[in-house]
Write a protein that binds this ligand. Structure first.
Ligand SMILES: [Zn+2]
Length: 120
């Protein structure tokens, strides 16, 4: 099990495995959040939220809810909305320890333009 947490510890994410790759995306929102995404499924990720709760942000076609800690503001994960048939849950690997994510290959996704990985 691997656990990541926001800066203040209000939100904790526990996952059973690390993904082989992580995605850094240059779309309008990801480049501002500076997130590093690991794509898992809703059933795999245990999300513990403390007294400060979380806040959500959705934009554009409202397919994704970005979640952030209600206290320190760290972006913790995103989930898909009911408009999308997907059980993807993306965790922000920047919340996990440097050692845990050191061996994960980072892929650059061109979410700003072509919607392709740029290393293919
Ligand atoms: Zn926090």
């Amino acid at each position: 099990m691997y656990t990541g947490q926001c800066h203040c510890g209000n939100v904790r994410l526990t996952i059973p495995r690390l993904t082989e790759t992580a995605t850094r995306c240059n779309c309008s929102i990801c480049r501002r959040y500076s997130t590093l995404w690991g794509y898992l499924t809703e059933s795999e990720v245990d999300i513990s939220v403390g007294q400060y709760g979380t806040q959500q942000y959705s934009h554009g076609d409202q397919c994704i809810d970005f979640h952030r800690c209600g206290h320190c503001g760290c972006v913790t994960h995103y989930s898909t909305t009911t408009k999308v048939e997907s059980d993807r849950l993306a965790v922000n690997y920047h919340l996990f320890s440097v050692q845990d994510i050191a061996s994960i290959r980072i892929r650059l996704f061109d979410g700003a333009d072509t919607w392709q990985f740029m290393d293919e």
